[in-house]
Design a binder for this molecule. Structure first.
Ligand code: HEC
Length: 183
């Protein structure tokens, strides 16, 4: 038993020293535009979600999901987020694979996280990725507006869908055709 424990300690020590040597000799890759291995992505994503669930307060969106507020959220998204997360003409961002890990494309692949989770990521950013903390640039109200918009991308009310079509020339993803538009 004693040898077994010593063996485990030695293994950890070697791993630690190995890590330090890789860092110390400058062997760490620093480029952002390669794809993380599947295992790394799975472990890191799960660790991130567990940590965010632990830290994020379960807030409800204090900004009502009115047409006006959703359109305001859409504009905030276009100005601040679309360059990385994809534009409202339903195109993926050209920078999608320029980050490590790659940037989620919130318009063409909408996420189904609860609003408190999205708000926490927007407000505080995500460490060691390209996701900035927005609380020094946007008001609380505006962060909630963009959160509401992102979480409803596929279920926007008709007037907001019409605004989207008029502004960007395409229909929102997952938008259902209303009878008046279906001819
Ligand atoms: C400079 C690029 C960049 C900009 C601008 C940016 N983001 Fe991000 N965002 C990222 C990256 C990179 C990730 C991926 C982080 C990860 O996978 O851990 C991310 C992740 C996210 C996530 C997912 C969080 C999760 O739980 O997985 C949300 C939601 C998000 N961003 C919202 C926004 C909003 C809203 C804006 C604008 C106010 C914005 N982002 C602006 C780069 C950006």
């Amino acid at each position: 038993m004693r040898n077994f424990i010593l063996g485990i300690l030695a293994a950890f020590l070697l791993l630690g020293l190995g890590g330090l040597a890789i860092a110390g000799f400058g062997l760490m890759p620093t480029n952002a535009d390669s794809s993380p291995p599947a295992v790394e992505l799975r472990v890191a994503t799960s660790a991130l979600h567990t940590a965010m669930s632990r830290h994020a307060p379960r807030l409800s969106n204090p900004v009502l999901a009115t047409d006006e507020n959703l359109i305001a959220g859409m504009k905030i998204y276009t100005i601040n987020c679309a360059v990385c997360h994809g534009t409202l003409d339903n195109q993926r961002s050209l920078l999608e694979h320029s980050f490590y890990p790659p940037v989620p494309q919130l318009i063409v692949d909408p996420i189904d996280d609860p609003q408190w989770h999205i708000f926490y990521a927007v407000r505080n950013g995500i460490r060691y990725t390209g996701m900035p903390s927005w609380r020094h640039a946007l008001s609380e109200q505006d962060m909630w507006k963009v959160t509401g918009f992102i979480s409803q991308v596929e279920t926007l009310p008709p007037a907001v869908q019409d605004y989207w079509v008029q502004s960007y020339g395409v229909r929102p993803p997952g938008a259902t055709l209303r009878p008046s538009q279906a001819q």
